[in-house]
Design a protein around this ligand. Structure first.
Ligand SMILES: C[S@@+](CC[C@H](N)C(=O)[O-])C[C@H]1O[C@@H](n2cnc3c(N)ncnc32)[C@H](O)[C@@H]1O
Length: 332
């Protein structure tokens, strides 16, 4: 594996940067200077979830709980920065609760732009049976910004063009050679001929990533590939990445690997210890194309990953006899 080293990391004695801070983010965020953060990536505690592990917020109280934190995040974010919020509404009383939708509307009232929504498809979903819905296999990644012009390095996340190009681009129609506007007025027009001879293309807004199998002592960790993708897309080396609900330190580990500065906040002392130990083991500034911790693990585990249960969103799940013997520790 080829490693590329960036400039040396900043000293660890900075009171804010490259630290996992122990405490409530409500109390620690005010110490962070205004407009000093380039990207926020986080997965907050879910509504009423995991009461036994790290507390939960009642769905009806969720927006009121989150908004003061959201205001602080807006203050610390640079005008050209981005905020990625990983969240999914749970099922309450047989229907999806609306707190995520209400949260988006409230964020907009407070000056945020709801710029985009990415979908995390948890590709290691295993089968289940419910009377009124199917297995929950995706989560929202809400993208908020402070302005319409924000930093975005799209070339950093390009993907191989894929086999379709072989056949699709071999013979082009007249329509393929000019920009063909969307018939449904979506604004997503396309000129197919632009892609002839290219090896890489831009990805779409669905991220197919497996949940963490080995979850580092945290019941809700997301895969390191998830923050890594957004860090590459929205920051450059030396920028500052914040996660106010850092859990097992995943966002900070991704930032460190990509030679970005990190700020992590976590209320649980146990998770702070786990995060700090993890960060000590994490190499600084390895090549962006090098496999991540997660992909190293997925490669090794192969098909066992396909039996990992998902982060639950209020759906009671029947036991799956076929998988009972497998370790079930992922999700969140
Ligand atoms: C969904 S988990 C984050 C998991 C993380 N993405 C990872 O990969 O490990 C949410 C975390 O937020 C922490 N937390 C909950 N309320 C908090 C608060 N007010 N301030 C700081 N941390 C909090 C919980 O202890 C939990 O570890």
């Amino acid at each position: 594996m080829q490693l590329t080293f960036f400039s040396p990391p900043p000293p660890h004695d900075d009171p804010i940067l490259n630290q996992i801070h122990h405490g409530l983010c409500e109390e620690i965020l005010p110490r962070i200077p205004s407009q000093s953060v380039n990207l926020i990536v986080t997965s907050p505690p879910y509504a009423d979830q995991r009461k036994n592990t790290y507390g939960g917020i009642a769905p009806d109280d969720y927006v009121a709980w989150f908004m003061p934190i959201g205001d602080e995040l807006k203050r610390v974010l640079h005008p050209s920065g981005s905020f990625i919020l990983n969240i999914k509404e749970r099922v309450v009383d047989g229907e999806r609760h609306t707190y995520v939708l209400e949260l988006i509307l409230e964020m907009r009232k407070r000056g945020w732009l709801w710029t985009e929504e990415y979908c995390w498809h948890k590709k290691n979903s295993y089968p289940g049976k419910w009377s009124n819905r199917f297995r929950d296999s995706w989560e929202r990644l809400l993208h908020f910004t402070k302005s319409r012009k924000f930093d975005m390095y799209q070339e950093e996340v390009m993907v191989p063009v894929g086999d379709w190009a072989e056949t699709r681009l071999r013979t082009l129609s007249e329509t393929d050679k000019r920009r063909d506007e969307s018939k449904v007025g979506s604004g997503f027009g396309k000129n197919i001929s632009n892609w002839v001879g290219r090896e890489k293309v831009y990805p779409n807004n669905v991220l197919h990533m497996a949940t963490e199998c080995y979850n580092r002592g945290h019941s809700a960790s997301f895969p390191v590939a998830l923050p890594q993708w957004f860090i590459k897309l929205f920051t450059k080396p030396g920028d500052v990445v914040l996660d106010p609900f850092i859990g097992s330190g995943t966002t900070a580990a991704a930032a460190k690997r990509l030679a970005r500065n990190y700020i992590g906040i976590e209320k649980s002392e146990e998770y702070v210890t786990i995060s700090r130990e993890r960060l000590e083991q994490t190499p600084y500034g390895i090549d962006a194309n090098a496999p991540s911790e997660q992909s190293d693990l997925s490669e090794l585990r192969g098909s066992a990953d396909s039996a990992v249960p998902q982060r639950q969103t209020g759906i009671t799940e029947p036991k799956m006899p076929a998988f009972e013997s497998l370790t079930v520790r992922a999700g969140g």
